[in-house]
Write a new protein. Sequence first.
Length: 182
Amino acid sequence: MRPLRYSINITLDGCCDHRAIFPDEELHCHAAENIAQADALLFGRVTYEMMEAAFRPPARMVARPDWMEPFARRNDAAKKYVVSRTLDRVDWNAELVREDLGSAIQQLKRESGKGLLVGGVKLPLALAELGLIDEYELLVQPRLVGHGPTLFAGLSKRIDLKLVSRLEFGSGVVAMRYEPKR
């Protein structure tokens, strides 16, 4: 059974808006490694469209540093599953998931392999509600921004977690990995 891992950057005050985060080489290397540890990426519509605009060749809205290329290449090459009720079709090595979310993700998890990696805000909330996330990784940025969005707003039940690893980056970012207590 493949584990479903969630990874996201947040600020110290809980903001998970990608525009509030300053990317650096060390974080992109870590993110590229996360993708390498997965058989496929799982995106909601918003995250899929954002990632496609930023990393699907030849789309380059702005020049990016060379150190972003390994992350960009892995993102481009990865198999993707996109959960959306509003998109009619997807491409970019992607498959649209429209059926019952719980059943669809359970089926993907039952397949053999290294795992699935999910990012974003709304889709992980739905997956957490269903108890389908096996690992949570929060990369906490040493920054206060004073605005949202925040993670898991509206979660209907408490999910207790246990810390399984902690990694500090030169930038002051701390990556903490948690698993649900069973």
